[in-house]
Write a protein that binds this ligand. Structure first.
Ligand SMILES: CC(C)(COP(=O)(O)OP(=O)(O)OC[C@H]1O[C@@H](n2cnc3c(N)ncnc32)[C@H](O)[C@@H]1OP(=O)(O)O)[C@@H](O)C(=O)NCCC(=O)NCCS
Length: 198
C-alpha cells in the first residue's frame, strides 16, 4: 500500500487530505479515477446487474460517465470520502469502482461494482479487503460497513469472503430507483479477527 498521507485529529477523524493514494492489493490496484476512464465506465455501466443492484443512473449515458470520473469522484475526495478505480494489474485497465463514504465521520460505508467481464476472479473481494484495510489502518475509521440487498447473493458472498459480519436486516433502509428496499447491514471493526488479516 502506498502514500497519500491523511492527518487525524484526536478523535481519529480525518482533518487534512493530500493526494488520493494508490492502494495495492493482492489481485487489484485501486487508483483515483481520471478523465480518460470515462469510456470504460460508460461501457461497464450498461450492464443489467450494475443497474439492478446499485444506484447508478438508468439508462446510463456517456455524460453520466464523464461526470462520475471528472466531478463525482474528485469531489468525493475533497469532501473526505474516497472513490477509486479498481484496476486489473495484468492489463492496467480499470475494471470496476469502489468507494467509501462517511469516512470523515468515522464510519466508512463502502459500495462497489465490477465490469461483467472481470467477475469471478476474486477481484471484488480483494478490492474490498484493500479499501477496508486502508480505511481501518491508514485513516483510522471506527467501523467499515456495507449495505446489501438481501437478494444480491453475489455481493453478500463478497462481503462474507472479505470477513464482514452480517449484523441484521434494516427494513426499507434505502431507496433504489424509487423503491424502498431492505438491506443486510455488514460491518468490519478494527478489533474483529478478520481485520487483523486484511
Ligand atoms: C457482486 C460483484 C461485485 C462480485 O464481483 P466479483 O469480482 O465477481 O466477486 P469475486 O470474484 O471477488 O467473488 C468473491 C466471492 O463471492 C462469490 N460470488 C461472486 N459473485 C457471486 C454470485 N453472483 N453468486 C454467488 N457467489 C458469488 C465468489 O464465488 C467468491 O466466493 P469464494 O470467496 O467462496 O471464492 C459483481 O458481480 C457486481 O459488480 N455485481 C453488480 C453490482 C453489485 O451488485 N454491486 C454491489 C452492490 S451492494
Amino acid at each position: 500500500m502506498s502514500g497519500g498521507r491523511v492527518g487525524r485529529d484526536s478523535g481519529g477523524m480525518t482533518t487534512v487530505r493530500e493526494t488520493q493514494p494508490v492502494l495495492t492489493g493482492a489481485r487489484v490496484r485501486l487508483r483515483p479515477w481520471t478523465a480518460d476512464d470515462a469510456e470504460a465506465v460508460f461501457a461497464a455501466c450498461q450492464d443489467a446487474e450494475i443497474q439492478r443492484w446499485t444506484t447508478v443512473p438508468s439508462p446510463y449515458s456517456h455524460d453520466d460517465a464523464v461526470g462520475y470520473v471528472t466531478r463525482f469522484a474528485p469531489q468525493a475526495w475533497e469532501q473526505g470520502d474516497a472513490v477509486f478505480a479498481i484496476v486489473d494489474p495484468a492489463t492496467g485497465e480499470p475494471v470496476g469502482s469502489i468507494g467509501a463514504h462517511g469516512v470523515r465521520g468515522g464510519t466508512a460505508n463502502i459500495g462497489y461494482w465490477l465490469a461483467a467481464a472481470a467477475r469471478g476472479r476474486g477481484l471484488a473481494r480483494d478490492a474490498l479487503r484493500t479499501l477496508a484495510r486502508w480505511c481501518l489502518r491508514e485513516v483510522g475509521v471506527a467501523r467499515v460497513e456495507l449495505e446489501v440487498d438481501p437478494a444480491n447473493t453475489g455481493s453478500r458472498r463478497v462481503a462474507e469472503a472479505a470477513g464482514f459480519t452480517a449484523e441484521g436486516t434494516l427494513r426499507r433502509r434505502l431507496v433504489v430507483r424509487g423503491r424502498r428496499i431492505d438491506v443486510v447491514m455488514y460491518s468490519l471493526l478494527p478489533d474483529d479477527a478478520a481485520a487483523t488479516t486484511l
